[in-house]
Design a protein around this ligand. Structure first.
Ligand code: M7G
Length: 236
């Protein structure tokens, strides 16, 4: 490796390092063609917290989601084995209580420190946390139990070192669950976006309509159309 001293002061030094090609591989993700929403998603922007009541969800968020056409074709491709079929780590094929577990787009699978998998449910009628009721408990319990078992079996990572959660709001409106290494600060694992699956299960077991009653907080970028809708309604 080439090293070039930049600064030396007492016991402190900084160097420029030029690793050889075999150590300097970069994983690149390409989205082509990208929609305006993709471009916005990856731009750094001013962010605001929204506190969404159930009424706000029904009157503002839901109509907005229904008016949008952010494609989830990639999800259907995985469920139908048209893409990433060789990457499937586990599948429960049951149409109502089953799911597919695959490595997330963001994980290169070279090291376990940033382990990241995603469970996509087979049924297509659950958009997000807001749609969940006690009816979905068998599905959610399958994801939690079988997901943990598959990950310890394949990667040797015990469930005590996994963060298993849903995003609210998700970018893609087809229910999915994130599995990340506990030691990894995955993007979107912060308190304003992540809901632990174990907590979701307990909440629904206590009250089937839990997520159709309570307010939920989530971050929105300042120039997202949904943020403008909340502004127009005088909610921000
Ligand atoms: P999200 O909570 O809907 O939104 O999560 P976010 O992307 O804003 O976090 C969707 C998850 O699916 C993310 O963790 C993505 O990295 C992952 N993902 C997105 N796409 C398009 C793909 C894909 O084509 N394949 C796989 N395996 N994962 C994807």
């Amino acid at each position: 490796m080439n090293t070039e001293l930049q600064m030396h002061n007492d016991i402190y030094c900084t160097f420029y390092l030029s690793p050889p090609p075999e150590m300097s591989e970069i994983k690149a993700t390409v989205v082509y063609p990208a929609t305006e929403k993709h471009i916005q998603k990856y731009l750094r922007q001013e962010v605001h917290l929204i506190r969404e009541s159930w009424e706000d969800y029904k009157n503002i968020t839901l109509p907005f989601i229904q008016s949008q056409s952010f494609s989830i074709q990639w999800v259907y491709n995985i469920l139908q084995k048209k893409a990433e079929a060789d990457r499937i780590v586990h599948e429960n094929p049951d149409p109502s209580n089953g799911f597919v577990l695959v490595p997330d787009l963001k994980w290169n699978q070279n090291q376990l420190e940033d382990l990241y998998l995603i469970a996509l449910v087979h049924r297509r009628d659950i958009k997000s946390l807001r749609d969940l009721t006690a009816e979905h408990l068998p599905l959610l319990r399958n994801i939690l139990q079988e997901g943990k078992e598959a990950i310890v079996k394949r990667f040797g990572v015990p469930s005590s070192q996994l963060r298993i959660y849903l995003h609210y709001q998700p970018s893609y409106q087809h229910l999915h669950v994130h599995f990340t290494a506990l030691g990894y600060d995955a993007p979107g694992s912060s308190v304003e976006r992540a809901h632990l699956l174990a907590d979701v299960i307990d909440n629904l077991a206590m009250d089937s309509l839990y997520y159709q009653k309570r307010a939920l907080t989530f971050p929105l970028r300042a120039d997202e159309p949904l943020f403008k809708k909340f502004q127009e309604a005088g909610k921000v």
